[in-house]
Design a protein around this ligand. Sequence first.
Ligand code: GLU
Length: 601
Amino acid sequence: MRTITNLKIYMCGIFGYIGDSNASEMIVRGLKRLEYRGYDSWGIAVAAKHTLTVVKQVGPIGDVEKALTLPSSHAGLGHTRWATHGRVTQRNAHPHFSTDKSFALAQNGIVENYKELQKQLFQLGYTFHTETDTEVIVRLIEYEQTKTTSLLDAVKQAFKQLSGRNTIALITTEGEIIAARNGSPLVVGRNTKNGTLYISSDTLSFAPYVDGMYMVDNGQLIRATKSEVSCQDIQTGKSISMHYEHVSTRHSEVDKAGYEHYMLKEIHENPQVIAALLKQPAKEYERLAQAIKRARRVYAVGSGTAGIAAAQIAFYLREYAHIDAVGLVGADAKEYYDYFTPDDLIIAPSQSGETADVLEVIEHARIKKAVIASFVNMPGSMMSRLSDFAFMAQAGPEICVMSTKIFVSQIAWGYLLAKTVANKRTDALKQLEKLSHDMGDYLQKPETHKQLKEVARILVKKHDIFLMGKYQNLQIVREGMVKFIEGTYKHAHAIAAGDLKHYAITLMEKGVIVVTALSRDSVYSDMMNAMHEVKARGATVIGISADKEEGMDIHIPVPKEAETSAIMHVVPLQLLAYYMAKKLGNNIDRPRNIAKSVTVK
Ligand code: GLU
């Protein structure tokens, strides 16, 4: 088995600005929108009066005042760091100055050969002031500058010597920005009306201000000044024409639209993300359906919530399309690598399309020539680029670190896909349309929120929360568990109802609460039995279902759906997590210790 060592992608955000507004203010705004990528420190460099000024600080991009002490300027470069080499200190924060302060550089990635390069540079008399691998790039550029008068050429020469996946950006005293990509995303945004230019790690960070974006490819370099921006191939030096894509207005919607938290707003967008799927052209679905029918086996793979979505997508393929489909968790798929064949098909749902674990699986599957399909929400992602079938969720930005609407979008897509494979697309569209409509009504009703707030109040008092489900609702309660844990920092445990009597039943006693999701499906009587078994041991049952079933101590009524009932059940679970987190005073949109795009392995 070939091991891939270069598939590691690291978090951090890069945000460059050239325009008429005050650069530091624009960069603070941009970095805040990049916060979901994770951070531990930040820094901003601005160019004014032929001088670069840098501020750096440990912690989140909150201390705006400090940034605003920077001189007024029309060009700057910001960075949020997710430390890989060197402690989280002010000194190690980016951007890093060159010795003569003629440029400052920020990096996203790891210089895998930094030790060797550092050794060579030491021998050449260079000294280092930080503990980062990034500083090696700065010194290397300085060394290359001794051979050429062109900074651009020096950057190219230095960049070619770096191994690992690295994206770099530097700004000069004259406000020129040079950026090169080999790994993490890099996007150029342009406002043709006022000539403003943005160079960033994602589209989201500048979407409201631009009318076009250009996705920089691996091996490309961008040079931007106040008057022009150009792109070239780093190896050949050949210039590349930049085709700007229109930026979807959906990607501009990054405010809370009157909701107290992004999470609540995004839960309310669940019906819309389902509706968005209905508008997607049938042709792509049909094409993928044909490939699925030809496949020997389908592996659906994801991490975290997307891993649960992958399992549900596999369920829908098995159940509605009779396809041999299995769900895999990105980080634990290694033992399958040897078994991938050209006849296999991988399905990867991912919000960001940059999840390192899943990218590694895809890369291995590609070596084995398996077919790759992805369902991604972020335009221009690595995963889409690696896919034979690249579907977009078109769900608009999801800002809350806890995924809600994207999970719903992923499993609804899986259902639609499975039904397309089964030649029952029209039927699926009808079911999803009804679901979207009913879900909207459910979310609008004040009673929904009133009841869930009350239930949340009961649940937060518990030390442990149990959930139980089976068949189509098994992954749904697992996702409920994930949301409960992320929202409350408390222990939650999802039990497969069929497995209850094999172990978890030992925990059932008076005072224990079990949340179930139940559909009137082929496992209905099994679920009823499991419910009675926990009740017989004194546990209280909170049941999410269309009809109140015997044995439910508290019933959470939801609209009646046929094949899509499991998707409906996700919504009250998400709302319960939200109201619990709120009751506990937790940071709802950014739970502790986790980042949205886990782009580190
Ligand atoms: N390797 C660099 C560091 O640790 C950059 C990490 C990042 O991508 O933020 O400073």
